[in-house]
Design a protein around this ligand. Structure first.
Ligand SMILES: C[S@@+](CC[C@H](N)C(=O)[O-])C[C@H]1O[C@@H](n2cnc3c(N)ncnc32)[C@H](O)[C@@H]1O
Length: 280
């Protein structure tokens, strides 16, 4: 069977399973299997696929029909300017989270030298993207999930950043190390009861540890604010990603811990997504 025939077959199977982007998904999955980019696939449609590649391709297409996200099948996701390794132990980096990177780069120019902490670092996408952009920064990532930290450490190696980063496996509640100029976090913020209403790909496959914000969706954000209040230097910045309807409650919690609200930034869908605050 050649590439064209394999892709056509996969597209039909994915269409039957109501997968919205069957062509793209088939090409990305085949790219992963034959270790070539999509351009190669499109330029070599008549190339014969060997038995092993065909078998691996069919297996991954089958997993896609069950809703497994494409990033877990290909083991990568682009975020900001880099490609990150991902697996089922970490949240797949989201475009909305890039807003945090954008805002941080606006606040701190290239000459600044600061120490920052990323709470709930997951794949390390935020922490490592910022370190890549700001060579004088040093970063610390904390995560409650040991498996997530393995992924983050692997990404730090891929990005050649191991010398400027430290990782700690800890519940943020129990983390006491250091004082930081900047603390950022994209904590889990979905209400526990709403988890089952998320789209299938997310609900069934992404780690609940990354999504579950407890009964009111605010339990982890609250921990982050309380802990950041102790770990941050005076005049240091706390930058948080929040859920669509959490703005007012989060602002209240921040003010209670003596954070001044600098700015609330909307995401691409015009929802409040990021709060920038300063410890006074
Ligand atoms: C929404 S994900 C964010 C991952 C990554 N920073 C990103 O933006 O893609 C939240 C992360 O927080 C971690 N986490 C959840 N509760 C935590 C806690 N109490 N202490 C430390 N990390 C926690 C999860 O394991 C997960 O990796």
């Amino acid at each position: 069977m050649n590439i064209q025939e394999a892709i056509n077959g996969a597209v039909n199977i994915l269409k039957e399973s109501n997968i919205k982007t069957p062509h793209l998904d088939s090409e990305l999955i085949l790219s992963k299997v034959i270790k070539q980019d999509r351009k190669y696939i499109l330029l070599n449609l008549r190339e014969h696929l060997n038995k092993k590649n065909l078998k691996d391709f069919k297996k991954l297409i089958f997993r896609r029909t069950k809703g497994e996200p494409i990033a877990y099948l290909t083991n990568y996701k682009e975020f900001w300017k880099n490609r990150f390794y991902v697996n089922k132990d970490v949240l797949i980096p989201r475009p909305d989270t890039e807003i945090l990177v954008e805002q941080i780069l606006k606040i701190y120019d290239k000459t600044r030298k600061i120490k920052f902490l990323d709470i709930g670092t997951g794949s390390g996408c935020l922490l490592l993207s910022i370190l890549k952009e700001r060579v004088n920064f040093s970063g610390t990532g904390v995560d409650i999930s040991k498996k997530a930290l393995k992924v983050a450490s692997f990404n730090a190696k891929l990005q050649h950043l191991v010398n400027r980063v430290k990782f700690y496996n800890s519940d943020i509640d129990k983390f006491f190390l250091g004082k930081y100029d900047l603390i950022l976090s994209n904590p889990p913020y979905i209400k526990k009861l709403d988890l089952k209403y998320l789209v299938r790909d997310v609900a069934l496959y992404e780690p609940s540890l990354s999504l579950n914000g407890g009964k009111d969706g605010l339990s982890e954000i609250t921990k982050v604010i309380n802990k950041a209040s102790n770990l941050i230097k005076k005049n240091g910045k706390l930058i948080l990603e929040i859920g669509c309807f959490q703005r007012n409650e989060v602002v209240k919690k921040l003010k209670n811990k003596s954070f001044y609200i600098n700015k609330i930034v909307k995401d691409y869908g015009k929802n409040d997504r990021c709060i920038i605050s300063t410890k006074i």
